[in-house]
Design a protein around this ligand. Sequence first.
Ligand code: 5AD
Ligand code: SF4
Length: 495
Amino acid sequence: MIKTSDKKEKDYSIYFQPPSLVDAKKRGKAEVEVRYESAIPPELRTFGEGKFYMIRTYGCQMNEHDTEVMKGLLEEMGYQSTEDKQQADVILLNTCAIRENAEDKVFGELGHLKHLKLEKPSLVLGVCGCMSQEESVVNRIMQKHAFVDMIFGTHNIHRLPELLRESFFSKEMVVEVWSKEGDIIENLPKKREGIKAWVNIMYGCDKFCTYCIVPYTRGKERSRMPQDVIAEVRELARQGFKEITLLGQNVNAYGKDLDGLDYRFGDLMDDLNKIDIPRLRFTTSHPRDFDDHLIEVLAKRGNLVEHIHLPVQSGSTEVLKRMSRKYNREQYLELVGKIKAAIPDVVLTTDIIVGFPGETDEQFEDTMSLVQAVEFDSAYTFIYSPREGTPAAGMEDNVPPEVKKARLHRLNEALNEISFKRNRELQGQVIELLVEGESKNNPEMLSGRSRTNKLVHFEGGQHLIGQFVQVKIVDTLTWYLKGELIEESAQVQAG
Ligand code: 5AD
Ligand code: SF4
């Protein structure tokens, strides 16, 4: 038996319909509500006392940040964090739907957790995140993984305390997945750790690239109010965070939906440039909305770092058209030219999909030549994965799997060569690092990141962790650099 705890009649529909392009595109403009609320009802503030939670996060930084919100909520309920499955009273899987293999991992994990649930029936097992917004996934869990206690969507995160209570007192599966529109809930608690923090500037996506599930799972594009973002960044600076990454599926569309406000991403970056936080990054950019004003603002530098992640997806104008990316090869290259002219030492990284339906050898060669022309420092590369309900899933997937694999391999080889070459250009240079911690493979060494996000290993004392240092690059490899400490405290200029 399924119990829905949805109190918003109008929103409750999603898992009876597959994600539909037509319906999603019909979504209204004026319905976004910004709610400033304190999420935890007083009677739930001790609900988790003496109990432990564990959240397993899949996918992108947006999901990582949602996990921080859920941790914040759980800890305000009195729950404590654990990494030990056996100790956990609540286990949540914060899932990703971007490609099939991401979903396979979650179903694999559910298989393992079934045994745990049999051993410990009081365990509350929840599935949330992007997969929960898909009809087929919800149905599959209800039918084949009935031991799951709760399923909630990306728009229902703030309801976690109530859903847990419901699940605790109910013998039935609690399912709450709201519409694809989505509101903005401010003031939710967030458990942040370390020296780097994420800040959402917007939610959702209206681009509807034909291969992508995100506009369905994350709802429509909706920007947070500038003053809310600025206040959050100021507060993080006050708390001593050293680096902030602004998050949005398409940060370049920031502000477009803020009726009556002529305030875009460039304006936001310009305002944040004046705040005393040492480093500001942002992800992810869409080339179509990347405007000249933003380039002008980024060229002011200060806390705005010289790294831009600019997903291209393909170097072929025909493929880009079928992907509905709304720019062509020449426009992308022109944008790159403008960025490099304004910020000559910029590091560009990208995302590329190979084997999109109908991609010919020639069209793939266009991607190869674009990669050479731009000289990306690194790239995330993927084999196209059909996503149910998206327009591309209806296109004939006529590229044989071995051809897709061979293309991916060739592309990665080329990208590695370029990375190696670009890194070699840093040999002998002195660069600023934010020291993140011990090196993963060698506790004698420390590792840090440059402004351009390059990973650098160097020898230094533990007291440097969390600090800025200057290092001289003494060796360069494809994936990382080696440095020598030359100065312990760099003068960091912000704004
Ligand atoms: N198949 C393969 N890769 C995809 N991406 C998004 N959807 C798909 C898909 N269906 C890639 C894009 C995007 C990145 C986050 O994931 O390159 O930029
Ligand atoms: Fe997906 Fe990004 Fe395209 Fe939006 S812009 S549909 S998130 S690939």
